[in-house]
Design a protein around this ligand. Sequence first.
Ligand SMILES: O=P(O)(O)O[C@H]1O[C@H](CO)[C@@H](O)[C@H]1O
Ligand SMILES: O=c1cc[nH]c(=O)[nH]1
Length: 242
Amino acid sequence: MTEVAQTPHIRPTAPIASTVLLPGDPLRAQFIAHTYLDDVQQFNAVRNMVGFTGTYRGREISVMGSGMGIPSISLYAWELIHVFGAKRLIRIGSCGAMQPDLDLYDIVIAQSASTDSHFLHHYNLPGTYAPTGSYRLLRAFDHAASERHIDVHVGNILSTDVFYNAADDVNERWAAMGVLAVEMESAGLYAVAAEAGIEALGVFTVSDNLVTGAKTTAHEREQAFTQMAELALSVAGKDELA
Ligand SMILES: O=P(O)(O)O[C@H]1O[C@H](CO)[C@@H](O)[C@H]1O
Ligand SMILES: O=c1cc[nH]c(=O)[nH]1
């Protein structure tokens, strides 16, 4: 009998699709799987980092929590790619807007992800690497959004290691460089995907605005980011990306 591959963090009890949506919050993964996918099977429960596979408009798609921060998403992304054959990883996260004109629930797409993390140093490159999202996925998202008359903000975001920063001017300094919003994973995801030669993109719903102080609740962050989930599913379900 062939043994099913497993890792310290993923012990599959069902197939894993080649396209995986990755919200940070495992309960957001569960909500999306049960709200949108047909024939859902849970494939992972290790550490309660639940993952599910089902079909969306007939195409197999998985959705799994990535946890918070680059150390967490990078190990799940690495295992999904190198052990379970994932070809497209789409992060669907929440972000804090750094620009005043971004409203709660606006959609941000990370063309690139600046970072204050040291994670990229382990690639030992002779310069500063620029983590970049997949242009093909970005174009598909942009297209899907304009078909639905949804405005998206596309640009550079910050993937930070520090949610509660002791210095009080960091957000303004990144914002002055045109950075749209802050989250905590995409720079690591983009690097892991780039090294493996697969596609990745980070898409976000604005959960709070660091300039105006507006914010959503934990429950809204789990269950109310439906526009982003629907966009991601429509892109993941496209034949031309398979
Ligand atoms: O809502 P998720 O996808 O977890 O994303 C954001 O929220 C968490 C912080 O609250 C970090 O993981 C950050 O990147
Ligand atoms: O990482 C994050 C995510 C949402 N809002 C923030 O301020 N930071």
